[in-house]
Every structure is written in structure tokens, then in C-alpha cells.
Ligand binder design. Sequence first.
Ligand code: FES
Length: 350
Amino acid sequence: MSSNRISDENLPAEQESAHAEVERADDPFANPGMPAHRPRIQDIDERAAKRSERAVAAMFTLSMLATIGFIASFVAFPVDKIVYIWPFGHVSALNFSLGLTLGVALFAIGAGAIHWARTLMSDVEIIQERHPIEATPEVAAQAKKDFLLGSAESGFGRRKLIRNTMFGALAMVPLSGVVLLRDLGPLPEDKLRTTFWKKGLMLINQNTNEPLRPEDVTVGSLTFAQPEGLDDHNPDFNNEIAKAALMIVRIQPSEIKDKRELEWSHEGIVAYSKICTHVGCPISLYEQQTHHVLCPCHQSTFDLSDGARVIFGPAGHALPQLRIGVNDEGYLEALGDFDEPVGPSFWERG
Ligand code: FES
């Protein structure tokens, strides 16, 4: 703060003071000078200082408890729970509790910091004359000294209770944001790696909705199938049927080049995922002479007589094969799930 009054260096002190009196009387905007400093109760009574310290620590502790309440509310209240709270009426229990606890957590930190500054930090007012922006080495050294003095006066190092509870409160507030990650939805767990297929499920013809027998699959035909037991009332039905979609062809066993493919087939009948491993289009074109299937989206081509490896196009991975056999009643059945994720390649395949 700088003085508006320009002092006359040639006047003796008494004359200058009298001059200032006259000037103040004439000029209502004259600098009235600093008010006398009055010490606070905390400055002269150590017990009062302790009380203030406990009050500040209590506010930071309240902030921590409110943050814990925020997290507990997030876990405890379902999204659709409505409660009546006077005077707000019917409100979402989750939204109300989140807003209340987060508000208290932030308010308590602010209130604690203000109370700390007003009651325990130094309140001696200091006049600092204006100076050039660039600090001289002496000023820089003085600033450092003042900083260390301020730090000592604030009791930051000495009042460990305040310091530690403040660190605790500041460290816990961001946890509120961490639990909000739950809104991104449940983790996929193994849903990306598994399908509805499992050992013993019959292959159901998607056109007739009947279980398939080996004799229903003729050379040159392309048959689409799904697992038995898919419930169209299941909310996940569309996902399940899309992931489990199967295409079945019959190839002369002597023409099957891949040893594992032959082992996983039944009398030359092979079953592969219908979902292209490029970006997931359904494969629908089959060329009997070459045993190639073609994806209509970007022309990826797979050789069904050689482990469905990619022979053309952008797909980066062979189609997953389903191991099949025949059950006691003579119907085609799965002998397990696909041995790898169906559809577009994702991170674990590189
Ligand atoms: S989705 Fe099949 S080639 Fe692109």
C-alpha cells in the first residue's frame, strides 16, 4: 500500500505533522494512516489459541467424514430411490446425499482455512511501498525471509494437528471423483471373451428354428445357427445372439488342411463364428469350390478349409472355430465355447 500524501522533506517533523493534520481536515480523501493494532484473544491467551486450533481441526475432520459419507451414499443408494425430505419434497436419495456430502466436504475445508487464517495466523498489517516488478537480490532475499517468517507465524510446521487434518481433507476430496467412475457402467468382466455356447448345447438352424442333424448340412450349403436355450426375453438377448452367431459348412474331410480344424469338425462339418474379425460385420458369402467365405463390408476373405485363416483383406485374425460333435439323439451339439474372443481383434491379441 502506498501513501497518497507527498511529504515535504524540508519541513521539521512537528511542522510536517501539523501540515498533515491540516491537509486531512481539508482533504477528506487524505490517507488516514494505519489503525492501531489490537491483539486478538488468541494472541494473548494460549487456551483460546488451542480452542481455535481444535475448531479448525474439527472442520477438516468434518470434511473427511463428509467425503466418506459421499462414497457411502454412492454405494448405498440405488439410482432410482426416491425419498421425501422436507422442505424439498420428493427427491432422489442418491442425488440429495451426494450433493449434501460433497457440499459439506468442500465447505468445511474452506471454513477451516478461513478460521485458521483469522484466528491463528498473524494479523499484523504491513505497509509495503511500491517497487519495480523485477526484484533486486536484496528484495528476493527479504521475500524468502518473510516467507519463512510467515510460515513460522502460521504455525504450519508447529501445529501438526491442523496440518495433518488439512492434508487428510485435501487428499480425500478427490476420492469423490474416483467413485464417480462407477457411472461409466459395470466392468465387462469376461463378456468380451465368452459367448453363450457351452458343452452340450444343440446347434439350432436360424431359418427353421429346429435342431440341426448332420444330414441337414449338405456340401455346398452355408447354414447359420445359434445355440439352443437363448431366451428372447433376456435383456441381453441381442448381444448374446450376435456374439454366438455361427456358420456351418460341410467340406470333404480330405480337403481340410488344418489338423485342429479336422479334429474339431464332425464328418467334415465345420462351425465358425459368423462375425468378421475386422470390424464385426456378419459374413454371408460362401464359395463352394474354394471354401472361401467373404465379408461384404471390406472384402476380407477367409479359407474355411485351412482354419479360416485370412487370405485377403483387412481382417487381422482367423475366424474362431466352435468344436462340435453329435449327441445321443443324433443332433449336432457344441463341445464347448469358442476358444478365443469372437469379432474384431482387440488389445490382447496385439
Ligand atoms: S468388417 Fe469384415 S472386412 Fe471389414
